[in-house]
Design a protein around this ligand. Sequence first.
Ligand code: PGA
Length: 253
Amino acid sequence: MSRTPLIVGNWKMHKTIPETVDFCLRLKEELGAAVGPRVAVAPPFTSLLAAAQVLKGTSISLSAQDVFWAEGGAYTGEISAKMLAEVGCRFTIVGHSERRQYFHETDEAVNKKAAALIKEKLIPIVCLGETLAQRQEGAAFAVVEKQTRGGLEGLAVKDPENLVIAYEPVWAIGTGQTATPEQAQEIQVFIRKLLEKIFSSPMAREMRIIYGGSVKPENISELMAMADIDGALVGGASLQADSFRQIIHGAIK
Ligand code: PGA
């Protein structure tokens, strides 16, 4: 099994261009050449180019936070996968719960976005997870299954490196309330079984499933101790280079 941990910093709608440059310079300095886990940062669209310039030649990858599935055309305000590849992105987050909640993103849209990314050789980080109400109703597994199948079925993934799933229980995002390692592990094993059915056993074994929701330096090690947690999608705690660095170091399995 060779699932190198992956730590992704999701900046959401934070950081100007000078702040991005500052952060990336610091991260580059602090991490040095050999970091262990694979690392990516996901700045807003306006900061991607600046981040790419600073991170060029380092092992730190760039991720976008969203994409539109069409190759081009009259889609005011949208950005294509080709544009993201051109600016230096390696990954792109799709289906984040904030996009599902505020921008009505459906599983079908997530699926089309992921397919468009794969076509451009970008790695989708497909986010999914249940809300608090759904968990309390006992519907967590059903919701996760629907989102996993709806988001991933039919994707032409040939190499398990080329798709990442992020399990992010909505009730844990930005709330300070992390899922317990056992809660996350339970769902992530379930997702891996679904990946077996959607793709194949060898693919499911090698594909990364990362966890997101109030990950911080204090809880990364216990999360990473779980067999099926292959890294983290970090929001709030990824905004300071110091706490992000601590998370990266804490993620070494
Ligand atoms: P959080 O966000 O770490 O601030 O909870 C995680 C995410 O939204 O990806």
